[in-house]
Ligand binder design. Sequence first.
Ligand SMILES: Cc1cc2nc3c(=O)[nH]c(=O)nc-3n(C[C@H](O)[C@H](O)[C@H](O)COP(=O)(O)OP(=O)(O)OC[C@H]3O[C@@H](n4cnc5c(N)ncnc54)[C@H](O)[C@@H]3O)c2cc1C
Length: 304
Amino acid sequence: MVYCAENYKQQLLDLGAVEAVPLSTLVSFRVGGPAALLLCPKGEEELLSALNLCEQGHIPVALLGNGTNVLPGDEPFLGLVISLTGFREAPVFQGNRVMVPASASLTALAKQSVRRGYMGLERLCGIPGTVGGAVAMNAGAYGGEIKDTLVRVRLYRDGTFSWEDARLADMGYRKSPYCWPKALVTAVELQLQPDDGTAQATMESCMLKRKEKQPLHLPSAGSTFKRPEGHFAGALIEGCGLKGFSIGGAQVSPKHAGFLVNAGGATAADVHALMAYVRQTVFNETGIRLEPEVKGMEEVTCIF
Ligand SMILES: Cc1cc2nc3c(=O)[nH]c(=O)nc-3n(C[C@H](O)[C@H](O)[C@H](O)COP(=O)(O)OP(=O)(O)OC[C@H]3O[C@@H](n4cnc5c(N)ncnc54)[C@H](O)[C@@H]3O)c2cc1C
């Protein structure tokens, strides 16, 4: 199937795109078919050139951060995957404000800010995504959310990049107005607080809880389902006797039922089938509908 005229493809290759990259190498679930093209832009200029070419050539664009909340399919993705993990700039601290490229690791930033004597991100340490992905998803853990620190976002809009004050009122549980294809974040400004002496201990205790409770030794996308109002997805799934249940290589983690894991050799179809089975069983037994937190390829793709 033709997804892109040869001249556009060649120009994307000239920009540094590579062909036929398995999506399984780009997402933490370690499943997924091949992407026709992958580009990891090193900065806004390269990103802009790629987006312009895709717009002119009507080439589908999927945007990934670190791929830790995305579940692709097994079929080929016929378009360009942009992985925002390769910007060259480093975070810049100015007093208790920090400007961070979207591609920065959230966990590395949390550790760096604690080392510098600031708090605000210590509860988010251990979330394995980028800062851009965290803002897109309004990532959160142990009572903290990225929105608590967000001041401004740098967005791509109509062929250019500009800073905007963060629309905090539109951000909520795993929801923000900054998620592709609605928006593309290239940098953020965060406001931290001076450490009151508890940041390091809080960070260590959050990391320990993750290690004790989560199946971090197996590929997954973290919590597969959102927390339904008044409940925990993991407790509902466990209550239905599904801990350890598997389809093909996909398994409901015996350690934490809220995590569906790739226990070895899973296909995307296995994970999708297990998700559907878990949702149906929980609905039949409790009347509660679990909504996926992980995003499918179609949700992270824009066709200009
Ligand atoms: C072991 C494990 C533990 C986890 N624990 C937590 C947790 O405690 N709390 C939590 O909230 N999440 C958790 N997650 C899920 C995931 O890490 C977060 O949602 C994270 O913020 C996703 O970041 P990412 O860079 O990997 O984004 P991706 O997964 O690559 O993308 C997620 C979405 O954001 C969009 N996106 C990515 N970057 C940008 C950008 N720059 N501009 C606009 N849109 C963008 C993508 O198109 C996609 O729609 C966990 C995942 C794993 C594997």
